[in-house]
Design a binder for this molecule. Structure first.
Ligand SMILES: C[S@@+](CC[C@H](N)C(=O)[O-])C[C@H]1O[C@@H](n2cnc3c(N)ncnc32)[C@H](O)[C@@H]1O
Length: 350
């Protein structure tokens, strides 16, 4: 992948960062998500809420139910985009019962194969554009938008410069170029008052994705869950940018060093996403994951598990007690105030 990118840049000149990120993550020849390895599972490279606990999907079934009531739909459609291994959809569908159609949108062939086995009732598609419009139901995306290719803008005294990817001495290196108008406009609108030298991830594709998702809904909600914040929350993190890599559950090297071998991700700019959803006609709200899940009854569910654990302590089924204890610990992880509980949940309703 690295050699192929170097050859491409030597032939055609430096490339915008979003083009580099798209190739490194999804390029058919060696992209991080393009190979046979399923990335989002315990043995993989990162651990997400649905991989931590099935209580995540089970609890979100309550959200789908309440949306179905709001729009007067007894059989809501369910779409999950970036559906990974199916660890969210499976418990959600089991808890939900009747649905009016299920779609699992996945770009990664390995994830699509896993989904076909684990959620066979879902129509597997590669791209959101293949989901039919006029949906009455809920579209979910957990830790998808942090993975969508973004441009990189650096604050300079006169405005913005972009960081593209070039080649020097046989290595991929950042190259400063004048910012394209759409990149400068996005940074002006969403970056806030950042000091000169700050690096801002320009998430134009994420905003377009949100607008397209809202556009598929006749009535219902888009739910985007991810790490990130609104601009004020992101400001202190913007000196060096929030772009980072992961590999085998640990922070990895600079994104330019081993393209294809690491996940590339960034904090999601939720203010920009809210603006995109609002412009697409949705009514938008933003929540913390812990508040959102507690509002849907997760604490009550955990309390019931705790009571069950205590009962088992009395009757002496040690194995079952251990299983419940572990499920309880995993469930609590979803609410950790400095961990998954600190994720943001954007709800865009139409
Ligand atoms: C970080 S993983 C999260 C997987 C799952 N949602 C979870 O929480 O475990 C992101 C997933 O989004 C997929 N993906 C990235 N871009 C996509 C797109 N435009 N459409 C659909 N899936 C996409 C990747 O292949 C990857 O499986």
């Amino acid at each position: 992948m690295r050699d192929a990118l170097i050859a491409r840049i030597e032939a055609g000149g430096p490339m915008p960062f979003e083009e580099f990120m798209g190739a490194a993550l999804y390029g058919p020849a060696g992209g991080f998500f393009a190979g046979p390895v399923l990335r989002s599972e315990k043995e993989g490279d990162f651990l997400t809420s649905p991989e931590v606990s099935p209580l995540f999907g089970e609890t979100l079934a309550g959200f789908v139910r309440s949306e179905a009531d709001r729009i007067g739909e007894t059989e809501p459609a369910v779409v999950e985009a970036g559906a990974g291994s199916g660890s969210l959809l499976r418990p959600l569908l089991d808890a939900l019962g009747r649905v009016g159609g299920v779609w699992a949108v996945e770009r990664s062939p390995a994830a699509r194969a896993a989904l076909a086995g684990r959620v066979p009732e879902a129509a597997g598609v590669e791209d959101l554009g293949r989901v039919p419009g006029g949906l009455r139901g809920v579209i979910l995306a957990n830790e998808l938008l942090d993975n969508l290719p973004a441009a990189l803008a650096v604050r300079i005294p006169q405005g913005w410069e972009e960081q593209w990817v070039g080649v020097a001495d046989g290595a991929l290196v950042p190259v400063g170029v004048p910012a394209r108008p759409e990149v400068a406009a996005w940074a002006d609108a969403h970056a806030g008052e950042v000091p000169v030298g700050s690096l801002v991830e320009v998430q134009i594709e994420a905003g377009e994705w949100v607008a397209a998702a809202v556009g598929l809904l006749e009535r219902g909600a888009l739910v985007v869950i991810d790490y990130g914040d609104i601009a004020e929350g992101l400001l202190p993190r913007r000196a060096g940018g929030t772009l980072r890599t992961y590999r085998a559950h640990h922070l990895g090297p600079d994104p330019l060093l081993e393209p294809g071998a690491t996940d590339i991700t960034m904090d999601v700019d939720f203010a920009a996403l809210m603006a995109a959803a609002g412009a697409a006609g949705a009514e938008v709200s933003l929540h913390r994951q812990d508040d959102f899940l507690i509002g849907l009854g997760l604490e009550d569910r955990l309390a019931a598990l705790r009571r069950r654990e205590l009962e088992l302590a009395a009757t002496g089924d040690a194995m079952e007690r251990l299983r419940i204890r572990s499920a309880l610990a995993d469930g609590r992880t979803l609410l950790h105030p400095r961990g998954l509980g600190d994720f943001r949940v954007m709800i865009a309703r139409v």
